[in-house]
Ligand binder design. Structure first.
Ligand code: 5GP
Ligand code: MG
Length: 205
């Protein structure tokens, strides 16, 4: 699939199109509904991890019929560039989830550290159940033994942006998921990544 002209310099390719996302989000919602219908009634609490889930969440929950409350947690592991950093909670839960069924929503399951940490954190509030739903699953880099209950797409080990997901807070508004061009990611000698783009003049890369 061709990258729209405006983004051709920044992206290597479109990995998942807007249409593919829309179809899959609808079927994910059906899967989730089906699973929830097995549980005895009760109000669902959707807990979404900021900021990468904004578009996914907005699309997903409008296809969920069950009454719900919505809460957000701020967690970030990508402090700079594309390398995982230390996990930080920047916003805690506001709702009481005791005895509730929680649907934890994240954009990408990568190493698994984020979800692992958040699930551990949520358990202390004694929800009845915690289910996880991610748009993208990148199994290649998993270090925690963790599987999402619901995953939209399994993708290879590439750095993606768009549909809510960012690189240095950019690209969240793209309606599709694209692979960031390596030239946008500047490597620094200690192996950590630094916010790019690198200078794009030929010969400087
Ligand atoms: P994990 O803790 O599973 O390694 O990482 C999960 C978090 O890292 C995701 O919530 C997401 O914010 C971020 N992340 C992982 N891979 C990517 C990627 O390819 N692109 C972007 N934009 N974020 C990613
Ligand atoms: Mg995230």
């Amino acid at each position: 699939m061709r990258v729209p002209g405006r983004w051709r310099r920044d992206l290597q390719c479109v990995l998942i199109s807007e249409d593919q996302i829309a179809r899959r989000v609808r079927s994910l919602a059906r899967e989730i509904e089906r699973e929830l219908s097995m549980l005895p009634g009760g109000e669902l609490v959707v807990v979404s991890l900021l900021n990468g889930t904004v578009l996914f969440l907005a699309d997903l929950i409008r296809h969920l019929q069950r009454p719900m409350r919505l809460d957000f947690m701020g967690v970030s592991s990508y402090r700079q560039g594309t390398a995982p950093g230390k996990l930080e909670f920047s916003r805690g839960l506001k709702l009481d989830v005791r005895g509730r069924d929680v649907l934890l929503v994240d954009d990408i399951l990568d190493t698994g550290r984020t979800l692992h940490r958040v699930i551990r954190h949520l358990r202390q509030f004694k929800p009845r159940t915690i289910r996880t739903c991610v748009l993208l699953d990148k199994p290649a880099r998993r270090v925690k033994d963790l599987k999402a209950d619901h995953a939209g797409f399994v993708i290879p080990d590439v750095f993606v942006v768009g549909y809510g997901m960012d690189y240095a807070e950019r690209y969240r508004n793209l309606p599709f998921v694209g692979v960031l061009h390596p030239r946008m990611i500047a490597s620094v000698p200690d192996g950590k990544r630094k916010i790019g783009p690198v200078e794009s003049r030929e010969g400087r890369r």
